[in-house]
Design a protein around this ligand. Structure first.
Ligand code: 4AD
Ligand code: MG
Length: 459
């Protein structure tokens, strides 16, 4: 016997492909949860979502069946019926029900009623949050984004390297790490190492692989104990870190731009219904912003020029931090001013003062600035941070000593510059910041299935 189960996604796909013969009057079985239940005279309408796509199926039933009219929102059902094509109507098909089996009725106080609920409130009901239109779309896009990131790298000859989560190094040197201890004891007792923590970045561990495979990347969770309760910082977030040998700072910017444009284009193609919802209901400017992101070339601006622009802007614009001089670690107000007001699109900001960047960045000949590059985007600020790496052993060691780093802990990393060094560059993309860019969601917590943030972890 033919399996009668079909997903809503398949039905929409067949309609789009004009494969109507196969659908017309077809007997089907649909399993899902109820999004809406209303009656109009003698007929009732159940909106059922089966999770396969953003849109629901409308199930038509006869109101005299009281068991169906009393089904509440959120309840799970199995629907047996036939597809009725209504191409050109408000929706292109309906399901004429023959039987609706109520599998589980929700409580009367089911929290997701038709009225709008705030994102803050939804975070307090983690088992239901993804059943709303917004989060249903967000997490589907999150999946598509991961998939297309992997796709880009694999189609372009990169090898995915799994870097460790437990480490003794602090890649960014900010000291904002979560300590790892075994059973409340000192880490020394388990690892024979003094200072063991969760990784803030896979970069140091992926660099050696770049010098063998040439094109590699990491994609995994990273952890930062930054004490900042902002809408753009999470304590646990995912990072993508490509690392490319024989590549300089210019080259890594080319790759970064090509990569980001590819994923934006492909994710939009893969999730059209979800994006339609974001454009209409989450952020009215999103569509234009994403079109621009895909189509316009990203500007490339030197840090020192950006400082001059900001100094000039200070005359007419009020910045909270306004002692703008060479050496200032730009805050998000400065970054957003540059990308939103001045360049009106994404910008690569390059050649930062060495003192505000990490130890591994390649020094410029001026001995003052490094070959570091941040990508800044409208509404978010910093999306990616990267650099050409210092590939000279002596210069790197010199810089690490200047910074009074614990050299023995990094001996293994320094070795890379002794045995078969080569120019190489890389960058790190904050996955959730990319999610914010794609969806128009303005709080990083609302891109994470279970957010972990400073002073804010609910379950
Ligand atoms: O700029 P960051 O610190 O760069 C690095 O970690 C380098 N090791 C990357 C590399 O060159 N391989 O972090 C990279 C990106 C940031 O641009 C930002 O998008 C994101 O990671 N990020 C965060 N996202 C969410 N919450 C936080 N607390 C974040 N901190 C950084
Ligand atoms: Mg950074």
């Amino acid at each position: 016997m033919l399996n009668k189960e079909i997903t809503i996604k398949t039905i929409y796909q067949k309609i789009q492909d004009n494969d109507l013969q196969d659908l017309h009057n077809r007997e089907i079985v649909l399993k899902g949860f109820v999004r809406n239940n209303r009656c109009l005279g003698q007929v009732g309408f159940l909106s059922v979502n089966d999770g396969s796509c953003f849109l629901n199926a409308q199930v038509v039933y006869k109101v005299k069946d009281e068991k169906i009219t009393s089904i509440r929102l959120g309840s799970t059902v199995i629907v047996k019926g036939r597809i009725n094509l209504t191409i050109g109507g408000y929706q292109p098909f309906e399901i004429e029900s023959e039987e609706v089996i109520l599998v589980s009725q929700t409580n009367e106080n089911y929290p997701l009623q038709k009225k709008k609920t705030s994102f803050d409130f939804l975070r307090t009901i983690p088992t239901l949050r993804m059943k709303t239109n917004t989060f249903n779309a967000v997490f589907r896009v999150r999946d598509s984004l991961s998939y297309n990131i992997h796709r880009y790298f694999h189609e372009n000859g990169y090898v995915w390297i799994h870097t460790p989560i437990i480490t003794a190094n602090d890649c960014e040197g900010e000291g904002q790490t979560f300590q790892v201890v075994a059973d409340s004891k000192h880490p020394e007792e388990y690892f024979n190492k003094d200072n063991v923590h969760l990784t803030v970045s896979g970069q140091l561990h992926v660099e050696p692989f770049a010098l063998t495979y040439q094109r590699v990347y990491t994609f995994g969770p990273t952890f930062r104990a930054e004490k900042s309760n902002t809408t753009r910082h999470a304590a646990e977030f995912w990072m993508i870190e490509p690392e490319v040998a024989w590549c300089d700072m210019e080259g890594i910017m080319d790759i970064e731009e090509d990569f980001l444009k590819f994923v934006v284009r492909e994710v939009r193609k893969e999730c059209p219904q979800d994006f339609e919802f974001f454009y209409q209901r989450v952020d009215k400017d999103l569509k234009k912003r994403l079109d621009d992101f895909e189509n316009k070339k990203f500007a490339r601006v030197k840090y020192s020029d950006a400082i001059n622009i900001l100094k000039e802007a200070k005359k007419t614009h009020k910045f909270e931090v306004d002692d703008i001089e060479f050496g200032l670690d730009l805050g998000s107000e400065h970054e957003r001013y540059l990308t939103e007001e001045v360049f009106k699109g994404p910008i690569f900001l390059t050649d930062y003062p060495k003192d505000i960047k990490a130890f591994y960045m390649k020094m410029n000949d001026d001995n003052k600035t490094v070959r570091g590059v941040d990508l800044l985007v409208p509404t978010i600020g910093e999306l990616c941070g990267g650099s050409e790496r210092e590939d000279s052993y002596d210069k790197l060691l010199g810089r690490m000593n200047e910074l009074k780093m614990n050299i023995p802990a990094y001996e293994w990393y320094l070795d890379l510059r002794k045995n078969g060094s080569a120019p190489h560059s890389g960058f790190g993309l904050g996955f959730e910041r990319m999610m914010m860019l794609l969806t128009g969601m303005t709080n990083i917590r609302d891109t994470l299935p279970y957010p972990r943030c400073y002073k804010d972890m609910l379950y």
